[in-house]
Design a protein around this ligand. Structure first.
Ligand code: KG4
Ligand code: ZN
Length: 341
């Protein structure tokens, strides 16, 4: 029998300080997340400087907890994996520095991981049968990508947003209707009380690409609708706005994704990223995939939003492919998927 591989993983790219221990790429032994959301809520969004400072305060405790919860001494870890981009540079630097220090002190290999590769890999955790190739829609606060996962660690981006990310659109619309930050989960909840067909918001097409997205026009349409209601002194039904906006986003995501699955013929489709925890989006994809005979995969909500277990899973596949980073590994805020630095 082959020896088990234990990865200690660290994630600090935005406003979650997280560490996890993952065995053989698919078994999460611990998953510790310190969320800073409450700290940033009063500012209506993530304040990078505050995020970095809080990461510094919490990172060692979070890592110690992850090792303790897993019952794994650092000496028995096979490698330390860490998100080194994309993300907020000051926030990334905290995780990268902590991971480098630990790996150096304990004499362990260091594996830098792309944050989006982590989100995609979250699908491996609870789906033991999922193997590449498959198509994955990554929808988070900073990204909306349609990715062809050709093999472990091999990606081709076939569609992306031309402007706002899907999560960004949720957050901006939530702010406009007075729901506060983070907007996604709040719109998700309020939509349950509204009529998704109440307001005909636009479904944006990007002329020269079947798979690219654009959400800024939809966001403007919502703002225009709110302004015109105010001018005409018509009361706004916030639940209807939330539900109609959410449906407009989901319709476009489903249409583009289903077109791409049939074009690339993978027969398997996965979703990832914070917006992938949206309940209506999950239902819509599950229905669309069922109708087309496509196998549908999605992580549990805790593995959709930022966490380190997904970095441990991605880190494992990078580790067994032989990827190693040096002590000069740096944070790369605009790291491209598939790019090796
Ligand atoms: O993946 P994530 O935790 O961080 C990034 O890598 O960006 O995604 C955060 C984003 C935020 O924009 C948040 O509003 C959105 O995911 N989000 C949701 C839901 N939960 C989180 N959007 C829609 N519905 C949700 N239930
Ligand atoms: Zn993320």
């Amino acid at each position: 029998m082959e020896k088990d591989v234990y990865i200690l993983a660290v994630e600090s790219s935005c406003d979650e300080t997280a560490a996890a221990v993952v065995r053989n790429g698919r078994e999460v032994l611990s998953n510790v997340i310190y969320s800073q959301i409450d700290l940033h809520t009063i500012y209506g969004g993530v304040v990078p400087e505050i995020a970095s400072r809080k990461h510094i305060e919490k990172i060692n405790q979070v890592i110690e907890r992850a090792l303790a919860d897993a019952g794994l001494p650092l000496s028995e870890a096979d490698a330390v994996a860490v998100t080194y981009g994309p993300g907020l540079v000051g926030a990334l630097l905290v995780g990268v520095s902590a991971a480098k220090a630990l790996a150096f002190a304990a004499g362990k290999p260091l594996v830098g991981v792309h944050h989006i590769e982590g989100h995609i890999s979250a699908n491996y955790i609870e789906n033991p049968d999922l193997e590449p190739p498959f198509l994955c829609l990554v929808v988070s606060g900073g990204h909306s990508h349609l990715v062809l996962v050709k093999d472990y660690g091999e990606y081709e981006i076939i569609g992306r947003t031309r402007d706002d990310a899907a999560g960004e659109a949720f957050d901006k619309v939530a702010r406009a209707i007075g729901l506060g930050y983070p907007g996604g989960p709040k719109i998700d909840r309020l939509s349950g009380e509204g009529n998704p067909d109440a307001i005909p918001f636009p479904r944006a097409k990007v002329g020269d690409s079947a798979y690219d997205f654009s959400f800024s026009g939809l966001k403007s349409a919502v703002l225009n609708y709110l302004n015109s209601c105010e001018m005409k002194k018509i009361p706004v039904n916030r639940a209807d706005v939330a539900a109609s906006f959410q449906k407009a986003v989901i319709d476009v995501l489903v249409e583009h994704s289903m077109d791409a699955v049939s074009r690339f013929g993978t027969g398997r489709f996965a979703i990832a990223g914070g917006v992938a925890s949206n309940s209506s989006l999950r239902k819509a994809f599950s229905k669309a995939c069922l109708e087309r005979g496509i196998d549908f995969y999605h992580p549990s909500p805790v593995y959709c939003t930022d966490n380190a277990a997904m970095i441990g899973t991605a880190g494992y596949y990078e580790y067994i492919r032989g990827v190693r980073h040096g002590w000069d590994l740096n944070a790369v805020p605009n790291l491209k998927l598939g790019e090796r630095v």
